[in-house]
Design a binder for this molecule. Structure first.
Ligand code: FAD
Length: 489
């Protein structure tokens, strides 16, 4: 008889695992507490504007294509375009820099904008690529905890200490190679791609620029939401069953083996369960009868975000799809977020405008602004007050960098706080990327993709190995389904 698998959660991790397990011959059922698929990869429409609610940067599109390649007869389409400019950077003193994804152009323009030595920049980008290539198969494409069984944890940790990888330095220390502090700040920003602080995360994170500037940055036609929507459509087409508005309340097990899941409505027997729910509530709510790995669960969480979705009654030709208005004191900003769990008076402001790529996302002559600042997780702060303060600070920052009072142009507004992110997706403290990487052993501390207390229970998504962000969630599904193929049942 056909083996059954239940996936808890239809985030990008759950959707991609469901597709892979279906391909392996499982009868797959997905339970989702919301009435939509996609989790953080969701969108809203408001007064003629469309806003992607979560991720805005799309890298490594081949990981999405791989899923479509599993089902070559599918009628569902997913397409994307390549971006020439990765990001447009602005500082208060008038410095502007368009980061090209053509490395030679990047080196040339950065050298002249920041009066920096060309070789220093070229060597940095070269080393970024080398670090990525040296570590990706070990840290991103395999189950680290299974690798440890044949390589030994000590060997792995010794590797981690290899000087070239820069794991004993912080990213900020690694980025002191630049004379111009603006270039250090620009490369420090990559720590935020996994919700960490550049002043704490290890120097190995200097491989992240390669993902964007080397492997390229892309825009899905129709917006980021097309990633989760097209995978959902594909899953429906191949016959995966979805049960929306049905929250799982317990994972049942007997003699240390999964037997069923209980939802708000019923109990469903199954041979295998994959939880795409954040690992913290998975232990605290769904398997309360199992001794939880507290050290893993208590790891510092990644940063969260405060986002204003503004319908703007004007257009700004100087802005790109991705724009950054940098704070004057980056170290203070991260100290506010990670040490004081609050927001800086002078935040770095990220503005994403998809109507630059998809004009239908805003009325003619208007733009849809996704305006985000990095924020601490929800620790019970007064978010109402922080939202009001931040709006003023963001407006002031835009005035200083872009010389416009944006309040005159805001026609519609929607706001998402860390609390909102947690209540939408069950992400503990509203973290964007699960645990932070503010520790050189974070990769080893992240929960594995299998459960060593309950057989046939697996974990997938941004809060477990190899980490958060769309590409890593897709890799997580790949690692998990490979493990299931080798070890389950
Ligand atoms: P989620 O998307 O959180 O999905 C989990 C799903 O499980 C949810 O649908 C939830 O409702 C469901 N669920 C939870 N508990 C239950 C239960 N008990 N029963 C049933 N269902 C349940 N990544 C990038 O690559 N690029 C970016 O630019 C980027 N920017 C981001 C900006 C923001 C504002 C946010 C929020 C995230 C961003 N990320 C970005 C991170 C990225 O969105 C996440 O890493 C990724 O989407 C997480 O996917 P997931 O499958 O692990 O979890």
């Amino acid at each position: 008889m056909m083996k059954t698998a239940i996936v808890i959660g239809a985030g990008i991790g759950g959707l991609s695992t469901a597709l892979r397990l279906h391909k392996q011959g499982f009868k797959v059922k997905v339970f989702e507490k919301n009435d939509y698929a996609g989790g953080k990869l969701h969108a809203i429409h408001q007064e003629g504007y469309r806003f992607d609610l979560g991720p805005s940067l799309f890298t490594m599109p081949h990981l999405v294509e791989e899923l479509f390649n599993l089902f070559p007869n599918s009628s569902v389409s997913f397409s994307y375009k390549t971006k020439q400019t990765a990001c447009h950077y602005f500082w208060e003193d008038g410095t502007v820099f368009k980061a090209s994804t053509d490395n030679q152009k990047f080196v040339k323009t950065a050298a002249s904008t920041f009066s920096e030595n060309k070789n220093t920049i070229a060597t940095y980008l070269h080393n970024s690529r080398k670090k990525y290539q040296l570590t990706k198969s070990l840290f991103l494409e395999k189950s680290l905890h299974k690798v440890a069984t044949y390589l030994s944890m000590d060997t792995l940790k010794a590797l981690v200490n290899a000087p070239f990888l820069g794991i004993s330095n912080t990213l900020d220390e690694e980025n002191q190679v630049f004379e111009n502090p603006k270039l250090t700040q620009l490369f420090n920003r990559y720590a935020t791609y996994n919700g960490s602080s550049p002043y704490q995360t290890p120097g190995i994170m200097s491989m992240i620029p390669h993902l964007e500037l080397g492997l390229g940055t892309y825009y899905p036609n129709g917006g980021m939401h097309r990633i989760s929507q097209s995978l959902f459509e594909l899953a429906q087409e191949v016959g995966i069953e979805f049960r929306f508005r049905e929250s799982v309340t317990q994972i049942n097990h007997h003699k240390k083996k999964v037997t069923a899941v209980t939802t708000e409505i019923d109990t469903y027997k199954t041979d295998l369960v994959v939880s795409n729910m954040d690992i913290y509530p998975t232990y605290k709510k769904l398997i309360r009868d199992v001794i939880a790995p507290e050290k893993t669960l208590e790891q510092e969480r990644s940063s969260s975000a405060l986002i204003f979705y503004w319908g703007i009654d004007s257009s700004f030709p100087d802005l790109e799809l991705h724009n950054i208005l940098f704070s004057e004191d980056y170290a203070a900003e991260f100290e506010h977020i990670f040490q004081h769990k609050t927001l800086s008076e002078d935040p770095t402001v990220y503005i994403n405008i998809t109507s630059k790529e998809s004009p239908e996302d805003a009325p003619k002559g208007h733009e849809n602004w996704f305006v985000m600042i990095n924020a601490p997780g929800d620790y019970g702060q007064d978010w109402e007050q922080l939202v009001a303060q931040s709006k003023e600070r963001i407006v002031a920052k835009i005035k200083k960098c872009l010389h416009v009072d944006i309040t005159d142009y805001i026609k519609t507004e929607y706001i998402l706080t860390p609390q909102g992110i947690e209540s939408n997706t069950s992400s503990y403290r509203g973290a964007l990327y699960g645990a932070a990487s503010n520790n050189k052993f974070a990769a080893f501390l992240r929960h594995p993709n299998f459960n060593n207390k309950i057989k046939n229970l697996y974990h997938v998504g941004g809060s477990v190995h190899p980490g958060g962000g769309i590409p890593l969630c897709l890799l997580s599904a790949q690692i998990t389904s490979d493990l299931i193929l080798k070890t389950a049942l």
